[in-house]
Design a protein around this ligand. Sequence first.
Ligand SMILES: Nc1ncnc2c1ncn2[C@@H]1O[C@H](COP(=O)(O)OP(=O)(O)OP(=O)(O)O)[C@@H](O)[C@H]1O
Ligand SMILES: [Mg+2]
Length: 232
Amino acid sequence: MVAGRISTGVPGLDVMLHGGLIPGRVYLVKGSPGTGKTTLAMHFAMAGVANGESVLYITLEEPAENIREDFGRMGFDVYHEDFTLIDATPTTEHYVLVEDFFETFAKNLNKLTESIKEQFRVRRYSRVVVDPITMLKLATKDEIDYRRAFLTFVKSMMRLKVTVLITSELERTDIEEYLVSGVIEMKLLERDGKLMRAIKVTKFRGSGFDNVIRPYEITETGMVVHPDRTVP
Ligand SMILES: Nc1ncnc2c1ncn2[C@@H]1O[C@H](COP(=O)(O)OP(=O)(O)OP(=O)(O)O)[C@@H](O)[C@H]1O
Ligand SMILES: [Mg+2]
């Protein structure tokens, strides 16, 4: 690993980032449906676990059991004790006598920030994933309120010295891009009647980065980025 950097869990992407992410900052992964945002987030989480770190993963749209099933099959250690998966998807099962993580984590962005800080009182995490942030944005009517809440989120995470990866849908992403330290965009392109996956880094504060759009694949063991190839 390059000094002062941490791995995204995807070696080819680390190359594009000139050695990996700068820790203690907030990064945004954006892409249309099915591009692999959750897959990349899972690589990022598991790279932390493999490094002996504690990781907090908050899922807001895909139920935790689906994540465990799909990514467990890909070979990710989804039951590792250093991997805390919080299911903050909406639930209608109000008779269930467990903590309602939707209410605490997904009600709005300020609640998410507070709930993450609360988790840090129990355990120190060095990586946090919020997948995806989209719902929280839709939950805020006022653009200014959202911007303020997002800035508070970013500042709070930096104060906790945690590296955060948030995912978002392409069309729903705007002001977040200005406020985070880095942006990675994943795309599906059409080439010769076939769908092709392509990834690019569009922003990375404090570092140079590969400014070429690169092909990637999703295989049965996860995501593979080809930093030495170009998109035809
Ligand atoms: N074994 C596999 N081989 C090839 N592709 C796979 C495999 N398993 C999953 N995929 C692909 O990975 C993609 C799903 O990735 P992922 O769930 O990370 O995307 P996403 O961007 O998070 O999607 P969403 O917007 O729905 O949350 C799908 O397009 C799926 O076809
Ligand atoms: Mg997803």
